[in-house]
Design a protein around this ligand. Structure first.
Ligand code: HEM
Length: 340
């Protein structure tokens, strides 16, 4: 799944074929692994920075190899596009446009003027900034979807009745669209959509969200005062496993995402993409790429537990923001598709 999502982000974001589907050791698959396999140095320094934030100005957290690889990639695409947008409207085109302007202007979401209006902010779009943007787009774009879709296949393998219903729904939609996997077809795969949402409830790619308090605030129900600068952790996974909101929370039950059930629930007890001004900017793309990958696989294959599978999966203890899973073993059998 990681190879598929890497290829997808390469095509949509960067306009390049990454050659990852058939090649486990393509340049980008290796880069992805490097980003999400933090070294001991990274883990220790990251913890130190949480406790002593001033260290941020003294320690480079990112592996210089990653920065260099992304910089080279950007320079290569810049050259291919003759240093200007080519009308492909992908992420690199947007960056090239910003590079031409030299600056990015916007409104601060945390600081306001005396009149209460948001402060205008400017950022220089230099090479370092471009590399940072590309890094986030690449890193945030593939690992989240890869982790969520792999987990979905695991859950479906352990819930064969649900898998069969999801597959029948996919088959029905695919036959309506001449067996072509298109945007409209994916939008009609309601059972797959519910199964995917239920997987992200049981195992959100980001188990915890981070915020920093911007204004003085008192949580009314608890009478807890928050000062600006206070760090807040929102325990998404714990909320999504709270039986106040999801009865029998460890059971895999996609019906929890039927329209009426969703309406009856508080909006913020399900947060796989976060919420508010810093929520996931790629939520729709992430949902679409995940559904496309799952539909393509489930249309042709059936997934079952194998001799090595375990119902409970282990999160990689070194994982940082995205909860990467340790190995998922599944048995894959080709389906006999009806040709009529
Ligand atoms: C199933 C797929 C995905 C999941 C589950 C997911 C989840 C998340 C979550 C939970 C956050 C933090 C939100 C918050 O703090 O409120 C986030 C942030 C972000 N995501 Fe995603 N994401 C997915 C796909 C993508 C894709 C495909 C892209 C872009 C190509 C993307 C780009 C980003 C970026 C840039 C941020 C940081 C936003 C900011 O800090 O303002 N994500 N994502």
């Amino acid at each position: 799944m990681a190879r598929f999502t890497t290829e997808f982000i390469g095509a949509c974001g960067f306009g390049i074929e990454m050659d990852t589907i058939n090649n486990e050791h393509s340049q980008f698959r290796d880069l992805g692994k490097l980003i999400f396999t933090p070294s001991r140095r990274f883990v220790i320094f990251n913890c130190l920075m949480e406790v002593f934030p001033f260290l941020k100005n003294h320690i480079a957290l990112m592996n210089p190899e990653i920065e260099l690889a992304i910089r080279k990639l950007f320079e290569q695409i810049q050259k291919q596009r003759n240093y200007a947008p080519i009308g492909r409207n992908d992420f690199v085109d947007l960056l090239l446009e910003l590079e031409k302007k030299g600056k990015m202007c916007g409104e601060s979401i945390e600081n306001v003027n005396k009149d209460g209006q948001p402060l205008k902010v400017e950022m220089d779009m230099d090479m370092k900034m471009m590399v940072a943007q590309l890094f986030v787009f690449f890193a945030a774009g593939f690992e989240t979807s890869s982790s969520a879709t792999s987990y979905t296949l695991h859950q479906l393998a352990y819930n064969p009745d649900i898998q069969t219903r999801v597959q029948e729904d996919i088959d029905r939609v695919m036959s309506k669209y001449d067996n072509k996997l298109c945007y409209e077809a994916i939008a009609e795969m309601t059972l797959l959509d519910m199964a995917f949402k239920e997987s992200m409830r049981k195992f959100p790619s980001l188990g915890v969200l981070n915020r920093v308090c911007a204004k003085k605030y008192v949580i009314p129900e608890l009478d807890i005062k928050l000062d600006p600068g206070v760090k807040i952790l929102i325990p998404v996974q714990a909320i999504q496993h709270d039986e106040q909101y999801f009865d029998n929370p460890f059971e895999y039950r996609p019906e929890r995402f039927e329209e009426d059930a969703v309406k009856d629930r508080h909006k913020f007890v399900y947060l796989p993409f976060g919420e508010g001004p810093r929520s996931c900017i790629g939520a729709r793309l992430g949902q679409m790429q995940s559904m496309a990958g799952l539909a393509a696989l489930l249309h042709r294959f059936t997934f079952e537990p194998s001799a090595l599978s375990t119902p409970q999966l282990t999160v990689n203890p070194f994982a940082n923001n995205v909860q990467g899973l340790q190995k998922i073993y599944l048995k894959i059998t080709e389906r006999k598709l009806k040709t009529t």
